[in-house]
Write a protein that binds this ligand. Structure first.
Ligand SMILES: Nc1ncnc2c1ncn2[C@@H]1O[C@H](COP(=O)(O)OP(=O)(O)OP(=O)(O)O)[C@@H](O)[C@H]1O
Length: 286
């Protein structure tokens, strides 16, 4: 993958209100996406995570407030220029029938192409690197619609990586992936942030994976940000109850120190014959 970007991007949302026709979703969101870090947006279904991502990526225009990229209103900036800085993978993307993996990944190069100037060599290098990084090169010539859900998801991520943007926004990128592949993907995204200086903002539903890999967590509910900060700051039983209405204990991973959420089953939902507790040194931290 290419080295650290020369200039670190700065993406902020200021007092954002946004929604769909008569439906108001975002209700005064302020967010500065931490540069060169991996931030994960968490919240219950329908809390406005995708709406926030789309608004930050200027797919959706806010009804009030503004999104700034490097201090300038993103809606006043040239579309191609924004696409060279910011890549977004929406939820459940779909590819035209028969499109091969290589062609899909190549679509990530569109913002860098011009009618009168094309750098075929740089495009080929970026496509090759993105496919190698996401481990999809083996099926480069296969049709995207003939792949498994997990393989397809990796191809979409390769497309975003081929765009070579400093800012990467991914909406539920781990959907369809088995646990091992989810972990591999989060390690890859974490390396992009920490070794290559990219700024990543992801929506995830797995609380424990989010707490293990994120530098920062942002929790949303009802179109507002309830809390944000490091996983240890944000991942508390009080926030899990307040944001997700989830009864859970928060323990500490004895090796990494990351917080772990353990839902508390309600009476009657517990298995009747419980196995003996494993002798793991887990300390309750909240
Ligand atoms: N295109 C749309 N038109 C109208 N309403 C929409 C549209 N997209 C989303 N909504 C509504 O906006 C609200 C927020 O949706 P959004 O997709 O942002 O939530 P989310 O937190 O990403 O949810 P999930 O975790 O289920 O993906 C929901 O009530 C949803 O029904």
């Amino acid at each position: 993958m290419p080295s650290t970007p020369a200039k670190t991007p700065r993406l902020t949302g200021e007092a954002l209100h946004a929604g769909y026709e008569s439906r108001r979703v975002l209700d005064g969101v302020d967010l500065a996406v931490a540069e060169g870090q991996l931030t994960v947006l968490l919240g219950p279904n329908g809390s406005g995570k995708s709406t926030l991502l789309k608004t930050l990526a200027r797919t959706l225009t806010p009804s009030a407030g503004r999104v700034c990229l490097d201090g300038q209103d993103i809606h006043r900036r040239n579309t191609r220029e924004v696409a060279q800085r910011l890549g977004i993978l929406p939820q459940g993307p779909s590819a035209p029938e028969g499109l091969t993996v290589r062609q899909l990944v190549g679509m990530g190069r569109f913002p860098h192409r011009r009618l009168w100037r094309q750098d075929a060599e740089r495009d080929a290098r970026a496509i090759h690197a993105a496919m190698a990084y996401t481990d999809v090169a083996a099926f480069a010539e296969r049709s995207v619609d003939a792949l498994s859900g997990g393989q397809r998801q990796r191809c979409w991520i390769a497309m975003v990586l081929a765009q070579e943007t400093d800012l990467i926004l991914l909406d539920e990128p781990t959907t369809f992936l088995d646990l091992k592949v989810q972990v591999d993907l989060l390690e890859l995204l974490s390396r992009l942030a920490h070794e290559h200086g990219r700024t990543l903002l992801l929506v995830l539903h797995d609380l424990n994976l989010a707490a293990a890999y994120a530098d920062r967590l942002v929790m949303m509910r009802d179109g507002r940000i309830v809390t944000s900060g490091t996983p240890r700051d944000v991942f508390t039983a009080t926030h899990l109850k307040g944001v997700f209405d989830l009864d859970a204990r928060v323990l500490e991973d004895p090796e990494t120190g990351s917080p772990i959420c353990v839902p508390t089953p309600r009476r009657g939902a517990r298995p009747s014959a419980r196995p003996a507790s494993p002798t793991v040194d887990r300390r309750c931290i909240s």
